[in-house]
Ligand binder design. Structure first.
Ligand code: ATP
Ligand code: MG
Length: 439
């Protein structure tokens, strides 16, 4: 009895005190995506489990270890571990690929993965992601990467390096898989259990294994870049020249394979060392085979996902700026019961005009009200007391300067806010109010 319930491991609360940072980040990613002509899409939080088996891939960590699968009334669902699968499913289901191409969408959503909770690794986390379907050429790869870069720049981040790689297409992949199998075969016994099955089914996955033992074995594994076909090679080289043309610095990292099976050709990550071991803030790439694999007509596509918790943490660590939350413009302090109706009416009118207005809801004395107004950071306090009501005046205090003005309630008190739109409003309100009182 009375035991407090706490939030599940690996989840986070965002309190009203912290939310402005999220609002800053959300506004920033939205505006940047819109400036590139991407539009927001929304998808369900859960999908049929089969969707993720087919798209993310059966030999990935996400599917093998991390999915939250629930059975509800005999039907099985999985909470989305990422946003691409659902977004592509939605594009297909809504016939979006029959419209003008490329289709360019973005999303901000929560993802669920049953991971071992640690710094930078949550069980519920948030992603901002973009997907672009319909374009094959390396120009769109550069476009997608520059969109991610634009966000990081706009956030004011430094020391984030861009790693790029190409993991080829099914043509080059076949020869590479053979080379990997030959390389790992002598180590079969020492690989982790998961990787032993991967060896046969999908040896490239071993390169993404988080186990230190597998990591050590994989150190000298053959590199995909040595196995690229002509087309993939040219694609990768053009991408590099476009990035260079835009002044976007990058490092070629032949070890990046990404954690999801659907990638082809270009893959990339933006990595920081400022937030500990889990420093990949953004990861993405091209996935030319996915749409056909999901039952659509073959359509090339590309995208990325940014971990918003990691982005925010990096911004905090680097002392980036966040937009300050809006605070109370006016606190109205009625000193007695008789002043309450006028207080409420003033509040109502000013709120409609777009001001943030608060007044006493706790039946507090004037001293306590002033203390509260101070605490919530009110810019002005309007005191309505007995004498004031009788004289048709009120006391307006500028909380920043401490300056107090006796203002007539038929005065254009709102001039203090530099707002012509509500000129004369007080006058009208007070007039109405007096009429009502006399009746
Ligand atoms: P990792 O190698 O770190 O496990 P991943 O390959 O699983 O990453 P993606 O599936 O590509 O990551 O997800 C894109 C981004 O989402 C990551 O780069 C990261 O910023 C963020 N992310 C992924 N998993 C988590 C998590 N469990 N907690 C917080 N952020 C995450
Ligand atoms: Mg992962």
């Amino acid at each position: 009895m009375g035991m407090k319930i706490t939030r599940p491991q690996g989840t986070e609360d965002v309190t009203p005190k912290q939310i402005y940072k999220w609002h800053t980040v959300e506004r920033m990613v939205r505006e940047t995506a819109e400036s590139f002509g991407f539009h927001e899409t929304r998808i369900p939080t859960f999908e049929s489990t089969d969707l993720f088996l087919r798209s993310v891939g059966e030999t990935t960590d996400v599917v093998q270890k991390e999915m939250y699968t629930v059975k509800a009334k005999e039907t099985e669902f999985t909470l989305r571990p990422e946003g691409t699968s659902g977004t592509i499913r939605s594009m297909l289901q809504n016939g979006m690929l029959n419209d003008a191409l490329p289709q360019k969408v973005y999303y901000i959503l929560s993802c669920f993965r049953h991971e071992r909770p640690q710094a930078g690794r949550l069980r519920e986390f948030h992603q901002f992601g973009v997907e672009m379907a319909g374009s094959t050429g390396p120009v769109s790869d550069a476009e997608i990467i520059s969109l991610a870069k634009a966000i990081l720049d706009r956030a004011g981040l430094k020391n984030i390096v861009l790693h790029i790689n190409s993991i080829g297409c099914p043509t080059c992949r076949a020869a590479y898989h053979q080379a990997l199998r030959a390389y790992f075969a002598p180590h079969q016994e020492t690989l982790c259990e998961t990787c032993q099955t991967r060896l046969e089914k999908n040896p490239m996955r071993i390169l993404d294994c988080k186990s230190p033992v597998c990591g050590e074995i994989a150190k000298d594994a053959p590199l995909i870049l040595d196995y690229l076909c002509e087309e993939c090679k040219e694609h990768f080289e053009k991408l590099q020249s476009y990035l260079t043309a835009m002044g976007i610095e990058f490092t070629i990292n032949p070890k990046i394979v990404r954690g999801l099976d659907y990638y082809t050709k270009t893959v990339f990550e933006f990595i920081t060392t400022d937030i500990g071991a889990q420093g990949t803030v953004c990861g993405g790439g091209r996935y030319d085979g996915l749409i056909a694999q999901m039952g659509g007509k073959p359509t090339p596509a590309m995208g990325f996902a940014m971990g918003l918790e990691r982005l925010l943490l990096t911004m905090e660590r680097q002392g980036c700026e966040f937009e300050q939350p809006k605070t109370c413009d006016l606190y109205i302090a009625p000193m007695e019961e008789r002043a309450i109706p006028l207080t409420m009416k003033l509040g109502q009118m000013l709120r409609i005009s777009g001001y943030q207005v608060e007044y006493d809801l706790m039946s507090r004395g004037i001293k306590a009200q002033m203390k509260y107004a101070n605490k919530i950071g009110a810019s002005f306090v309007l005191v309505l007391g007995e004498t004031e009501l009788e004289n048709g005046t009120a006391n307006l205090k500028n909380m920043q300067t401490g300056e107090q003005t006796e203002i007539a309630l038929d005065d254009t008190f709102e001039e203090k806010f530099d707002d012509i739109a509500i000129q004369g409003m007080f006058h009208d309100i007070v007039n109405d109010f007096e009429k009502e009182c006399k009746q």
